[in-house]
Design a protein around this ligand. Structure first.
Ligand code: FAD
Ligand code: NAG
Ligand code: NAG
Ligand code: NAG
Ligand code: NAG
Ligand code: NAG
Ligand code: NAG
Length: 518
């Protein structure tokens, strides 16, 4: 208890104020604390005995606080005064009701990989899903129930060990719902669709604390909204998703390291290979990064590319022949069980994409085909920026190419996910934690790269996949340009979250219509 000394003092003073005299009806005691300093001890006392044993409530003084609030990116850090880790799903509704009675803002955190600027506006209680990681395979073995705190690594391994797979993100460090409520790209989307397409039923706690089940017959309007814009509507305590027999026991991978003189050939071959959205389903995910690798060059960014195929080497290498001919400086290939593929592609939980607590300046774009001219411009600007600021060799310019059949064969009107025509997902990232004075320069570069991607497809409007968005984009870029989508989402917000509690992750409803500048 020693670690609570500071907050205890403050809490006791408030507690005394509350317990004098006859108990007031709770609507008169609406704001017992100010948001400047939430009394952790008081919250422990009041909320602690309402929620189940094993739940944790702690503030900044506690030894668990640093790890519970660590984030992948320190670009936009929410102000977390108190962390509550519910032990049971039924606790979440009680926590939200308690927050509402006491005017405490709440913010759900699962794996802390959110990268959007909006979370910096938050000040209040973190509802931390870390203890809710249960997985149950249903008796008929066609689907499973997953609690709201599950993430890629445990889902992939648990199911594989039982003979099954399901849709997840590609990076195994991210949650299922952080990605899934906004779409959710992963290696099974070519076969089964995005994570959002696979949310059969959701147990949801609404903004007012009511716990409901959302499915095709119960709150179907919310099911539509939560498959693509779900972060705006509620807290998912668990969900049901289909599971499938795991298929090929081994996946083939092939990674290439190319020098920049091969850039045009690489992108021309990629366009032929993907053929504008006709990628073979088994060619689950390839992605490539312009980045620095001093084992190859001290001065020039390389083009690193990785392919993962659900099937044999023989089948995969037939498709990869054009890439084998280009001439890589280095390459490696092999065959491994599916759960090892994330590590090989750099997206495993211990891989180089996952470490947290760094400051990422990012931007994104959604493309249909690669524009070779634009890619050359983007590559050449790396030289410009790194000459100007040698610190900027922390850059990654990521190009993702999934197989897309399972995404494009769904009716786009059936869910809030708006970008089924984007066959490629782009992500720019430069890390600046060691030289924060270069933040604005990094931002200028991120925006410039995004603009070059978008200028490369003048016939299309700019899209920013909501989970890669940095929060500076207009709302249409995140939720779709068709006016009916936003109208429908705004109506549903008015119905289910009229006070806009869920507004810290690329909100549909914003306080003003100006674009943010961070
Ligand atoms: C290293 C890295 C890899 C990534 N890989 C992929 C990928 O492979 N595929 C992909 O599609 N995206 C990917 N993304 C983007 C990713 O979808 C988002 O960053 C996502 O928000 C991360 O979810 P999280 O649980 O890790 O983060 P958190 O910050 O914990 O959650 C993000 C937001 O999701 C909401 N949320 C989380 N859990 C719940 C819940 N139970 N109920 C309601 N709302 C909830 C909250 O609004 C929260 O602010 C990646 C991002 C990073 C940084
Ligand atoms: C939807 O949820 C309701 C309420 O829990 C339930 O009665 C119904 O069986 C569910 N429908 C489906 C298709 O699962
Ligand atoms: C790609 O396909 C879409 C239709 O899905 C079409 O509108 C577009 O013109 C095609 N692009 C190219 C470069 O062929
Ligand atoms: C994050 O990094 C900062 C320095 O950049 C350090 O002070 C802090 O302790 C780190 N936090 C965690 C949780 O590692
Ligand atoms: C490719 O990008 C260049 C540079 O932005 C642009 O001028 C050109 O029109 C684009 N090509 C196509 C086919 O869109
Ligand atoms: C909570 O909100 C939902 C959706 O607006 C509504 O149906 C329900 O009656 C509300 N519950 C309470 C207790 O007000
Ligand atoms: C913001 O945009 C909405 C929808 O486009 C519009 O109805 C509203 O009037 C705008 N508000 C301001 C302050 O411009």
């Amino acid at each position: 208890m020693k670690s609570f000394t500071r907050v205890a003092t403050c809490g006791l003073a408030l507690l005394q104020a509350l317990v004098t005299g006859t108990p007031l009806p709770h609507y008169f005691e609406h704001v017992p604390f100010t948001r400047r300093d939430l009394p952790v001890v008081q919250i422990q006392k009041e909320l602690g005995h309402q929620i189940s044993k094993g739940s944790l409530i702690f503030g900044p003084e506690h030894r668990r606080y640093a790890s519970a609030t660590e984030r992948w990116s320190t670009f936009a850090v929410p102000k977390i005064q108190v962390v509550v880790q519910p032990a049971k799903e039924s606790d979440v509704s009680k926590i939200v009701k308690y927050c509402n009675r006491n005017s405490i803002e709440f913010y759900v955190v699962n794996r802390g990989h959110s990268i959007t600027s909006g979370s910096a506006d938050f000040n209040g209680m973190q509802i931390d899903m870390a203890s809710l990681t249960g997985i149950t395979i249903n008796r008929h073995k066609k689907s499973g129930w997953f609690q709201g705190g599950v993430y890629g690594d445990i889902v992939i391994n648990y199911l594989w060990n039982h003979g099954y797979v399901t849709t997840t993100g590609s990076c195994t460090c991210v949650g299922l719902l952080g990605p899934g409520l906004g779409g959710g790209h992963g290696r099974f989307e070519g076969r089964y669709g995005m994570v959002s397409d696979n949310l059969l039923q959701l147990n949801v706690v609404l903004a007012n604390g009511s716990a409901i089940t959302v499915n095709e017959t119960s709150y179907p309007d919310l099911l539509w909204a939560m498959r693509g814009a779900g972060h705006n509507f509620g807290i998912v305590t668990s969900f049901e998703a289909p599971i499938h027999p795991r298929g090929a026991p081994l996946w083939h991978y092939h990674n290439y390291f190319w020098t920049q003189d091969k850039l045009e050939t690489v992108f021309e071959e990629l366009n032929k290979f993907h053929n504008n959205g006709s990628t073979p389903v088994e060619m689950a995910l390839n992605f490539g990064i312009f980045r620095f690798d001093t084992t190859i060059s001290e001065t020039e960014a390389i083009i690193w590319w990785t392919f993962a195929y659900q099937g044999s080497e023989e089948e995969a290498e037939k498709l990869l022949e054009p890439f084998n001919k280009i001439g890589a400086v280095r390459e490696d290939s092999g065959d491994v069980p599916y759960p090892e593929i994330p590590d090989i592609q750099g997206t495993g939980i211990g891989g180089w994409l996952c470490p947290g607590n760094r400051t990422h300046i990012t931007s994104t774009a959604g493309l249909q085909v690669y524009n070779v001219t634009a890619e050359r411009q983007i590559y050449d600007r790396i030289g410009h920026w790194v000459t100007k600021h040698p610190e900027f060799t922390t850059v990654s310019v990521v190009h993702e190419g999934y197989s897309t059949e399972g995404v494009t064969n769904k009716n786009p009107a059936d869910s809030a996910y708006p970008f089924r025509d984007d066959h490629h997902l782009m992500f720019f990232d430069v890390m600046v934690e060691r030289f924060p004075h270069l933040k604005d320069e990094a931002r200028a570069w991120a925006t410039e790269t995004m603009d070059l991607w978008n200028s490369g497809q003048p016939q299309r409007l700019p899209n920013a996949y909501v989970n890669y968005a940095n929060g500076l984009e207009p709302v249409e870029w995140q939720y779709g340009h068709e006016p009916w989508r936003l109208e429908r989402l705004r109506k549903l917000k008015a119905k289910y979250d009229p006070q806009n509690h869920f507004r810290y992750y690329n909100p549909i409803i914003r306080n003003d219509n100006t674009t943010r500048t961070y």
